[in-house]
Write a protein that binds this ligand. Structure first.
Ligand code: MF3
Ligand code: CO
Ligand code: CO
Length: 259
C-alpha cells in the first residue's frame, strides 16, 4: 500500500531530511585516508543523536551499525569495522537512514578517499547523473517505470551496469514502504506517481558487469567481477505541479524553477 503524506507529515519528513543532509555533509568532510569505517560510523551516529535523531539502520533486520560504508567493489551494506581503513585511491559509499520525530529520511553519497583514478571519478559522476535523470521523472501522472527507465538509459549509455538485486523504495514512518523503485524498467509501466508520495531514488551503478553477490557476513553486496560500484540516494516528495522536492537537499532548486 502506497501511503500518501499530508502537509504536516511532509513537514516532519522535511525536518528529518534536512538533519540527514547536515549529518552527511559533515561526514563527507571527515573522510580521509587512514580513518576506519568504524570511526566514520561513530562520527555519524553521534551527529545524528546530537541533532535529536535516531540512527534507524542500527538493529534494522539485525544490522549491527548506524551507517553502511561500502568501499570499491562493495555496492551496498558494507559493515563498518575498526579493521577497515579508508585507503587513498578508494571510493566509499556512505548510506545512512535516520528518524526524527518518528519520520524517516534516507540518503547516500559516494566520495573519493584522497586522489582517485579518472575512471572512479567518472563512475561517481555518472551515478549522480543517474539519480537526477530518475528523480526528474518523479512527477504527478508519470509511472514508477519511467524513473527506472531513465536511470538505466543513462547508466547503460555510458557503458555502466545497473544493479538489479536492490531497489529504491517508498519511505515515511517506515524506512521501507511501497512502492519499490527499481533502477531499471519500462516507461509507462508500474504504479502511477501522485502528489504526497515520498520515496527514495537510489541508483547502484557498476563500472563493469552488474551482477552481484552477498558476502558470508550476510550483508555486504559485492560485484561479481570486482569492478567498482557507486551509490547515490535522496529522499524526495512528489509535488502537485512540477518537479519533486528533494527532502534530503535543503534549498535545492531545479534549474527550471530558478527565477
Ligand atoms: N539505507 C538503506 C536503503 O537505502 C537501507 C540500509 S539497510 C540497513 O534502503 F540494514 F543498513 F539498515
Ligand atoms: Co539508503
Ligand atoms: Co534507501
Amino acid at each position: 500500500m502506497i501511503c500518501i503524506k499530508n502537509p504536516i507529515q511532509l513537514a516532519k519528513m522535511r525536518s528529518a531530511g534536512h538533519l540527514l543532509h547536515d549529518v552527511l555533509a559533515a561526514a563527507r568532510e571527515v573522510i580521509a585516508p587512514g580513518m576506519t569505517t568504524m570511526d566514520l560510523n561513530a562520527f555519524v551516529d553521534q551527529a545524528i543523536r546530537k541533532g535529536g535523531g535516531i540512527p534507524t539502520e542500527l538493529g534494522y533486520c539485525g544490522y549491527p551499525a548506524s551507517i553502511c560504508a561500502s568501499i570499491d567493489d562493495e555496492v551496498v551494506h558494507g559493515i563498518p569495522s575498526e579493521n577497515v581503513e579508508m585507503k587513498e585511491g578508494s571510493i566509499i559509499s556512505v548510506d545512512v537512514t535516520l528518524a526524527l520525530d518518528d519520520w524517516q529520511a534516507d540518503s547516500c553519497f559516494t566520495a573519493p578517499v584522497g586522489r582517485i583514478s579518472e575512471e572512479k571519478k567518472k563512475l561517481i559522476q555518472i551515478t549522480e547523473e543517474c539519480f537526477w535523470q530518475g528523480a526528474r521523472q518523479a512527477v504527478n501522472g508519470n509511472r514508477i517505470g519511467d524513473i527506472g527507465h531513465a536511470v538505466q538509459a543513462w547508466a547503460e549509455s555510458h557503458g555502466c551496469g545497473v544493479v538489479r538485486d536492490l531497489t529504491g523504495h517508498g519511505i515515511g514512518r517506515e524506512m521501507h514502504e511501497d512502492p519499490a523503485v527499481p533502477n531499471f524498467g519500462n516507461p509507462g509501466h508500474g504504479a502511477r506517481i501522485r502528489p504526497g508520495m515520498t520515496f527514495c531514488v537510489e541508483p547502484m551503478i557498476t563500472w563493469g558487469r552488474w551482477q552481484v553477490h552477498t558476502l558470508s557476513d550476510g550483508w555486504t553486496v559485492v560485484t561479481n567481477d570486482h569492478s567498482p560500484a557507486a551509490h547515490y540516494e535522496h529522499t524526495l516528495a512528489v509535488t502537485a505541479k512540477g518537479l519533486p522536492e528533494i527532502l534530503t537537499l535543503p534549498g535545492f532548486k531545479w534549474k527550471e524553477e530558478e527565477a
